[in-house]
Design a protein around this ligand. Sequence first.
Ligand SMILES: Nc1nc2c(ncn2[C@@H]2O[C@H](COP(=O)(O)OP(=O)(O)OP(=O)(O)O)[C@@H](O)[C@H]2O)c(=O)[nH]1
Ligand SMILES: [Mg+2]
Length: 255
Amino acid sequence: MSIVFHHVSKRLKTPQRLLARQKSSAAPFRVKTAEFLAAASAADQIPALNGRPEIIVTGRANCGKSTLLSAVLGQKDLFRTSKKAGCTRTLNFYRVGEHPGSVVLVDAPGYGARGRPEWGDLFNTYITTRKQLKRVYILFNGKHPLNPADLEMVANLSDTLYTQEGAQPYTLQAIITKADCIPSHLLSEVLPKIHQQIWEAAPLCLPPIVTSAMMTPKFGIEEVRSNIAEACGLAIPSDSASRGNLSWFVNSVNK
Ligand SMILES: Nc1nc2c(ncn2[C@@H]2O[C@H](COP(=O)(O)OP(=O)(O)OP(=O)(O)O)[C@@H](O)[C@H]2O)c(=O)[nH]1
Ligand SMILES: [Mg+2]
């Protein structure tokens, strides 16, 4: 008995084991990084949300929009994702950080062959009427070049970047998803090609951030968080070593 006890206490004394124990006991009480606020399937269901800055994602159905937001917020359980295109069917609003939070992320249904006209109408109503919209993120699946639907969408969005009064209602940022699906020997060929296609169709679109939500560790997600924080006008300490990590993101939002 005493030998067993001795053995156990000796094992628990190593820093790695203490750390492992702390981690596992802390897991159920993890700080909430985000919360689902509302879903809208029609324009009259779009919630007011007190004018907090918002960003929205768009992209062809199945390009990885919900997966990207889930990675940005570090909360898989809030998002439904699927191998089948057409999974997200409403505008879904998520608050970042603790209540009341100061930034809202909006997931959207996809466009293209698996999209639906009513989803497009809802998206268009949202972007043309939403005063607090700060940036639209258009996602492109890195596995394929941009198709005609992508080119039309990014060009149309680019056209909406200035109002008749000459003011810029929001900015437009490209993101390439699923970079892990591009064979590494083709990366230097595929990425500049996509960048060129975006630039030719929409010169005002900000150059793409390359991401993979499936690599370990995930790739490009910290850059996306920093980008959202910048778009929403949050105070960003430029020299911070933790810039872009999840607690940095939630803390900058909660300030
Ligand atoms: N390999 C890889 N797969 C990914 C990545 N991101 C998403 N996926 C997969 O792509 C599929 C579609 O992802 P979703 O996040 O549901 O895509 P979506 O754009 O939200 O799709 P809709 O809601 O249908 O428009 C899922 O099977 C994901 O697991 C990535 O970075 N790499
Ligand atoms: Mg989705």
